[in-house]
Design a protein around this ligand. Structure first.
Ligand SMILES: C[S@@+](CC[C@H](N)C(=O)[O-])C[C@H]1O[C@@H](n2cnc3c(N)ncnc32)[C@H](O)[C@@H]1O
Length: 285
């Protein structure tokens, strides 16, 4: 017999349950959970179980496994993703984008440059791109289009609200803080609504959804660290196919495509590590 909710909520997943959930999460999202994440996963799933009044981890697993309730599957994925981010994170990429990459692309391409932040969490990354594009007047002249996607619907809702704890502005230069944010309450800032309106958000699972559009610049920073090599390989190939020739991929500073078979060519632009879509080279491990 299952224990009462109050007693049960103190329990952790068993090793076997952890294995079943982590396999399922891997299949659904590519997120690879090491065994050491058992307490974290127990805590996060327990919230869902309590909220939806399931009798046990096993009952919740069977329900998700059936695949009939996409809403609850999304909620489970929301609960397991890690969404840490902040404005102007790793600013070298933004400098390279404004000073070198955009001028080069604007010379070559006779339409708005399409920039996609894949795995953008609550929007700080695409909004940073929007601010720096605005400083060059590229937004108002419609020379750039900015997109942000994530599989987590909660963080996308936060992005659309545009309300940020002051901690998320810790790397934001005062000039941008004064120009693009209004104090909302003690510890919260509201991002400029007009500039926010230039960013289009959409839900997308990088592993399971197809990439139907083409982009000139793709940011996918601090996302790949949650995936193992086969999943990274698959997603990087999808990025390659979704990129216009001559485009650029930016991944996080602690990430690398070194062990991935890819046609992207590694380059440093103004000290920022970037991957260039250049058809002439295929590097193999
Ligand atoms: C740590 S945040 C990175 C945010 C931002 N790119 C940055 O560098 O600050 C990682 C994001 O990747 C998202 N993510 C993880 N797996 C995903 C998947 N399979 N498809 C789409 N997004 C995913 C998570 O929901 C999370 O918001």
């Amino acid at each position: 017999m299952f224990k009462k909710l109050s007693e049960r909520s103190l329990l952790e997943l068993t090793d076997e349950e952890f294995k079943k959930f982590s396999d399922l999460i891997y299949q659904l999202s590519g997120i690879y959970l090491k065994d050491s994440k058992i307490t974290l996963l127990s805590n996060r799933l327990r919230q869902r179980i309590n909220e939806r009044n399931f009798g046990s981890f096993a009952e919740y697993y069977d329900y998700i496994r059936k695949g009939e309730d996409q809403g609850e599957i999304n909620q489970m994925l929301n609960a397991v993703s890690t969404n840490e981010t902040y404005f102007f994170r790793s600013e070298k990429h933004f400098e390279a984008l404004t000073e070198k990459i955009m001028p080069e692309l604007l010379k070559k391409i006779n339409r708005p440059i399409r920039i996609w932040c894949a795995g953008c969490s609550s929007g700080e990354e695409p909004y940073t791109v929007a601010m720096i594009m605005n400083e060059k007047n590229w937004l108002s002249h419609r020379l750039v289009e900015i997109y942000g996607s994530d599989m987590n619907t909660d963080v996308l809702d936060e992005a659309k609200k545009g309300l940020y704890d002051v901690k998320r502005l810790r790397a934001t230069p005062d000039y941008y803080k004064d120009k693009y944010f209004k104090k909302y309450d003690q510890d919260t800032y509201k991002f400029d609504e007009q500039i926010a309106g230039y960013v289009k958000f959409f839900r997308q699972n990088l592993l399971t959804d197809s990439f139907d559009d083409l982009y000139d610049v793709i940011f996918c920073r601090n996302v790949m660290i949650y995936f193992d090599k086969p999943v990274q390989q698959k997603i990087v190939s999808k990025f390659y196919d979704a990129m216009t020739p001559g485009g650029y991929l930016m991944i996080g500073h602690s990430e690398s495509l070194y062990f991935i078979e890819t046609k992207f060519v590694y380059e440093k632009i103004m000290d920022a590590p970037v991957y260039h879509k250049d058809d002439s080279v295929i590097r193999k491990v």
